[in-house]
Design a protein around this ligand. Sequence first.
Ligand code: ADE
Ligand code: ZN
Length: 339
Amino acid sequence: MSTISSKEFIEGIPKAELHLHIEGTFEPELMFEIAKRNHKQIKYSSVEELKKAYSFNNLQEFLDIYYAGANVLIKEQDFYDLTWAYLTKVHEQNVIHVEIFFDPQTHTDRGVSFDTVIKGIHNALEKGKEELGISFRLIMSFLRHLDEASAFKTLEQALPYKNWISAVGLDSSEVGNPPSKFERVFAKAREDGFITVAHAGEEGPSAYIWEALDLLKVTRIDHGNRCLDDDKLVEKLASLQIPLTLCPLSNLELKVVTDLKDHPIVKMMDKNLLVTVNSDDPAYFGGYMNENYLGIAQALHLSKQQITELAKNGFKASWLTDQEKSSIIAKIDTYFQNN
Ligand code: ADE
Ligand code: ZN
């Protein structure tokens, strides 16, 4: 019987990341480097100054800085470098499967072509599979603060790259932009063969989670914290085992919770919800996958068995094949028994 620490246990266990915005992995050092080569100005004079601005009272305060940061991404190489930096980072953390978001409208609205964005990201993901053994899926997310017409236009732009995109999602400013605003776009996306997911119940009410399920027919909810306000909804999510992609450090930094000790993840596990641990926007929220696991493990005194359950949930909730899932879950069980 081995006696490795919880930290070592977390570091070594194979993990899947299912809720990650590639634009949210833009580390200040790389941002300054890319800004310089593209002759773009950043509002802050140094990496240190920029990092000081990373203090948020809510989702919108974060989004304003996040979209400003993305403005320096212009060329295919920029999107490639951004994605490659993320993959090498999570490879060190034993992340072996990723299902990541990109926000095309953040770039196409600035005159960067859809083609430039997706080629850079996709080519880095392919290299990550070959050289680092990280399998992947790509999720195209619509910005919900923009209108339906813009989302339809984006869906149209995505069609030539359908083979590279598994799903469509919905992110950005939640309150006041309910899932119902995009019911028709999501119906068309499903007709086109895309899986659907949506951010819901991060800051918005549990009613938005119902809308995501009933109107957008999502198979996974991103965040979903507010489901706990509604017993009927919890019952539905648990009975159908609809995954929730939780993001503990994001919740802390955006004041969805005031302390990680108050994070609902254990309460949710006790209610038989299929919950997963993810990093959302790690360059902005102080940690990648291992730091998210470690944060909740320490704050909520998670056992190795609970950590194992969460790691297995990441694969169960993924879009890997059943055979791939069984194989990795068996490996995780062996890891638990040996550690
Ligand atoms: N875009 C990037 N991160 C997000 C989050 N946590 N919620 C909504 N939109 C986002
Ligand atoms: Zn998110």
